[in-house]
Design a protein around this ligand. Structure first.
Ligand code: HEM
Length: 371
């Protein structure tokens, strides 16, 4: 394990052989580049996620405040409630987008991005998706660039301005929902007695955490289904497994490849002593392919029992929006399979991926034969 490997083109192109070596080695590694310890094995990463006393999150999101904010949101995202509140609208949205596709299309630009953005608009109970997109896009550009080490002041200022615009918009939406409640997330949080400022925070986090990740997850789902022999036919025969296939795709190629924590106290992992006050990075993408947890881990298997993968995190910060992402994935995969009797990936041998923090194909061109 070395910082050189982490920055190498070979790692960006295909991190999995590196992950395998790092898992087999099992030692915790100190990265100067990341200024953090790095861990790769499933049990170690899961332990990091489920021991918040030792591996803390940002102070703002620690218990008890974390639970107070998370509880009402998690209540809205309960799978049954979500399905009955939004399932029909999201499925209709999927059908509409898929019906307008040409025979050849790019999965992220033509399907994932418009579909997930419109699903967010449905979640917030708003009709003007363009407005939401205008608020979201500069913000996400800033967030990604600010994570790059060379982010300059102008990037940060543009990001702060984008954040302010989003908060103003959410404040207006909050006032509107106070007067005219609906079936949406904001109305639900207000009805549960959440303060307006907290509602705005939850909605901003939802938007920041729930769009890019899901768009990538959908591309990875189609990649798994269409490039693994037999899986498309299997899912056509068993379409009710679409949501499970999505979880498996997230295990197989995790959209978020790593997650960080701060050490609240010194501890030992894999025989290495880790010092309090330092950062730790858990490689979700490596842990999810650990053969000690999932047999034949490099293979995408739509019906794999995959409930404890780490792509949505684990423990108290487990992704609150996971049920929504699953509803979206089920709706879009079924809509695509209905519209096209067969789907194929174009230029499969030339696929390039974004990495190392996020992972999904930079471009996934699909061809469909109409049913
Ligand atoms: C494939 C799609 C998604 C992936 C891969 C993903 C990934 C994650 C991960 C790894 C975490 C854990 C963070 C941690 O432990 O620090 C997380 C938390 C979170 N996610 Fe997601 N997410 C997805 C979709 C969504 C959606 C659709 C929403 C909202 C509608 C959402 C909202 C959140 C929020 C608010 C948290 C913080 C939860 C907490 O701290 O209690 N995510 N997500």
């Amino acid at each position: 394990m070395s910082d050189q490997e982490l920055a190498s083109p070979a790692f960006l192109a295909d991190p999995y052989p590196f992950y395998q070596r790092w898992r087999e080695d099992g030692r915790v590694w100190w990265s100067e580049r990341l200024d953090a310890y790095v861990i790769a094995r499933y049990t170690d990463v899961r332990n990091m996620l489920t021991t918040p006393r030792v591996f803390g999150q940002s102070r703002r999101y620690e218990p008890p405040r974390h639970g107070e904010v998370r509880g009402p949101a998690a209540d809205y995202f309960r799978p049954r409630r979500l399905e009955s509140a939004l399932g029909t609208a999201i499925a209709a949205n999927a059908e509409r987008i898929v019906d307008t596709l040409p025979a050849q299309f790019e999965m992220t630009r033509d399907v994932g991005e418009p579909f997930v953005m419109e699903s967010m608009a449905i979640l917030f109970g708003i009709e003007d998706t363009h407005l939401l997109r205008e608020l979201y896009e500069p913000l996400i550009v800033y967030l990604k660039r600010s994570r790059a080490l060379d982010a300059d002041k102008s990037v940060q200022e543009a990001g702060r301005a984008a954040g302010r615009r989003l908060v103003e918009f959410l404040a207006e939406l909050g006032s509107l929902r106070e007067r005219q409640p609906g079936n949406d997330l904001i109305s639900h949080l207000l009805a549960m007695g959440m303060a307006r400022a907290e509602v705005e925070t939850v909605c901003a986090l939802t938007l920041i955490g729930g769009v890019d990740t899901t768009v990538r997850g959908l591309a990875n789902l189609l990649l798994g289904v269409l490039t693994t022999p037999g899986q498309e036919a299997f899912l056509r025969a068993r379409p009710e497994l679409a949501e499970n296939a999505f979880d498996e795709a997230l295990r197989w190629v995790s959209p978020l490849q790593l997650k960080g924590r701060e050490l609240r106290e010194s501890t030992e992992v894999g025989g290495t002593q880790l010092q309090a006050g330092r950062s730790v990075i858990g490689l979700l993408g490596a842990a999810n392919r650990d053969p000690a947890r999932h047999a034949d881990p490099d293979r995408f298997k739509a019906d794999r029992k995959v409930g404890d993968h780490l792509a949505f995190g684990f423990g108290i910060h487990y992704c609150v929006g996971a049920p929504l992402a699953r509803v979206e994935a089920g709706a879009i995969l079924r809509a695509l399979m209905r519209r096209f009797s067969r789907l194929t990936v174009e230029h499969e041998g030339d696929l390039a991926f974004e990495g190392p923090v996020y992972r999904s194909p930079l471009s996934l061109v699909l061809s469909g034969q109409a049913s």
